[in-house]
Design a protein around this ligand. Structure first.
Ligand code: GDP
Ligand code: IMO
Ligand code: MG
Length: 461
């Protein structure tokens, strides 16, 4: 069987240097965006770890400590929440971009935890424009969920939504506010005024004291100070010098506040466009947009999920794939691969490459259903329905593909996969509508089938 097709070409770029009037600037660099193509937990941490070992900067552009990215290095497991996976790679500068919401307490707990295991976090840089999550955001997250009752989102309870709401309402507190105490106090007073009314009068909860909150934020000021900078300038100057940057998006396309299954979404834009906004890198500088997608589907939290399984097959995927949340430890909802979601994610992000993870989990299943379209009230949908009601009522139309029993964890080239696994991957590539460049066959850093070596492409840039 021929290898996967490699539909999307690597990006052509002008490389005239030094610049003359009217010529394009040096583009001898790589800017790679990584985004989840489903509802999260696709294996973004692992993909970042593999590619991030060959870049100069790894930037987290969105989300906060709602993310849980697992990296397995030499058999040792690391679960990263607020920090980008690049923190584990020597010589990489890890960056927390302006689009991230930072819980300072969680940040330093995570840093302390990693340093106690020998990691060096001193290179970390944090955007002065990133917003800060306060304890009041977490309280509001929890009480709002309780009040929503049956319509609750099933958030991670980390205060992410309320913090982004303050940002958009223009009453948020940013990292740079830590360095001007009088501004910080004014902003804390401003933001607590309405929140305390809400908490006390509507939710019957105690008010937050301004002094206590100012002290809470200032507690971390001296420790964070050496890390704070203009990260957009840092990253763009690096690109100008021909260095490479990888953006590790948290969450995933179907959780995007604009493009996901609203309102069952997170409150940021975990898509390729969002990564540009959240890092301050312009879209014309992006050279690769890599979609991470599981060979089946999972979701944590509430919301529609057409291919969800409620029988023993779902239980099988959960147990075989160890599908339990990193942040909240909740069991993940499991279902078959959804080609409609895959095609939608490729469209929204303009993926140049796909990294399909966890193919090994499907080994041993006799016939594997793959969703190729939906049926809603007798009508066929080959693309994502535009209306949320249609999506809620979507019934998967399955194609049955033959399974394989051979152990695939040792496969490193496409030819080493059993024929039926190759056929499965060919069909997934067709459904995704862009080339598959990596296939994960185990959690370890090296457990992958490599079809297009992006590391070589990055180095060749
Ligand atoms: P992320 O949030 O997208 O980084 O993903 P998570 O870390 O939350 O969940 C992905 C899980 O799948 C982690 O436990 C990874 O170690 C594991 N994983 C990643 N790729 C593979 C793979 O190809 N095969 C197997 N068996 N596990 C994988
Ligand atoms: P990673 O980066 C999976 C989900 C929550 C909930 C919704 C809103 O590890 O893939 P939030 O706390 O963000 O307001 O919750 O989004 N969610 C995730 N699901 N993986 C994640 O991150 C998630 N981050 C948020 O379960 O349904
Ligand atoms: Mg995760």
């Amino acid at each position: 069987m021929p290898p996967l097709s490699g539909k999307a070409d690597s990006i052509g770029r002008a490389m005239h240097h030094p610049c003359r009037l009217g010529e394009r600037k040096n583009e001898n660099m790589a800017a790679i965006v990584i985004n989840g193509a489903q509802w999260g937990d696709e294996g973004k941490g692992k993909a970042t770890d593999i590619l991030g070992g060959h870049v100069d900067f790894v930037c987290k552009p969105n989300g906060g400590n709602n993310a849980g990215h697992t990296v397995v290095v030499n058999g040792e497991k690391y679960e990263l929440k607020l920090l980008p996976a690049g923190i584990l790679t020597p010589n990489v500068t890890p960056v927390i971009g302006n689009g991230v919401v930072v819980n300072l307490e969680a940040l330093f707990q995570e840093i302390d935890g990693l340093e106690s295991r020998g990691a060096d976090c001193s290179r970390l840089r944090i955007s002065s424009n990133a917003h800060l999550v306060g304890p009041y955001h977490q309280t509001i997250d929890k009480v709002t969920e309780r009040f929503l009752g049956k319509r609750a989102i099933g958030t991670t309870g980390r205060g992410i939504g309320p913090c982004y709401a303050d940002k958009v309402n223009r009453i948020g507190i940013r990292v740079q506010d830590l360095f001007d105490e009088s501004i910080l106090r004014q902003k804390v007073e401003g933001t607590l005024r309405s929140k305390n009314e809400l908490l006390v009068k509507l939710y019957n909860r105690p008010a937050f004291e301004v002094d206590e909150m100012v002290d809470y934020f200032l507690r971390y000021r001296d420790r964070i100070a050496p890390m704070v900078c203009d990260t957009s300038l840092l990253l763009n100057q690096a690109l100008d010098e021909g260095k490479s940057v990888l953006m590790e998006g948290g969450q995933a396309t179907m959780l995007d506040v604009d493009h996901g299954t609203y309102p069952f979404v997170t409150s940021s834009n975990p898509s390729a466009g969002g990564a540009c906004v959240g890092s301050g890198i312009g879209p014309t500088r992006i050279t690769h947009a890599v979609g991470i997608i599981k060979a089946y589907t999972t979701r944590v939290g509430a919301g529609p999920f057409p291919t969800e399984l409620f029988d023993e097959s779902g239980e099988y995927l959960r147990e075989t794939g160890h599908e339990y949340g990193v942040v909240t430890k909740r069991p993940r909802r499991c279902g078959w691969f959804d080609g409609v979601v895959a095609e939608y994610a490729t469209r929204i992000n303009g993926f140049t490459d796909m990294f399909v993870t966890k193919l090994d989990v499907l080994t041993g299943i006799k016939e594997i259903p793959v969703c190729v379209a939906y049926e809603v009230d007798g009508k066929r949908f080959d693309h994502m329905p535009e209306s949320q009601s249609d999506f809620h009522h979507a019934k998967p139309i399955y194609e049955m593909l033959p399974g394989w029993t051979e152990d695939i964890t040792g496969a490193r080239t496409f030819d080493e996969l059993p024929e039926n696994a190759q056929k499965y991957m060919k069909r997934l590539e067709e459904l995704c509508g862009t080339r598959v460049s990596y296939i994960g066959v185990g959690p370890g850093r090296d457990e992958n089938v490599v079809i297009n070596d992006l590391v070589a492409e990055i180095k060749g840039c």
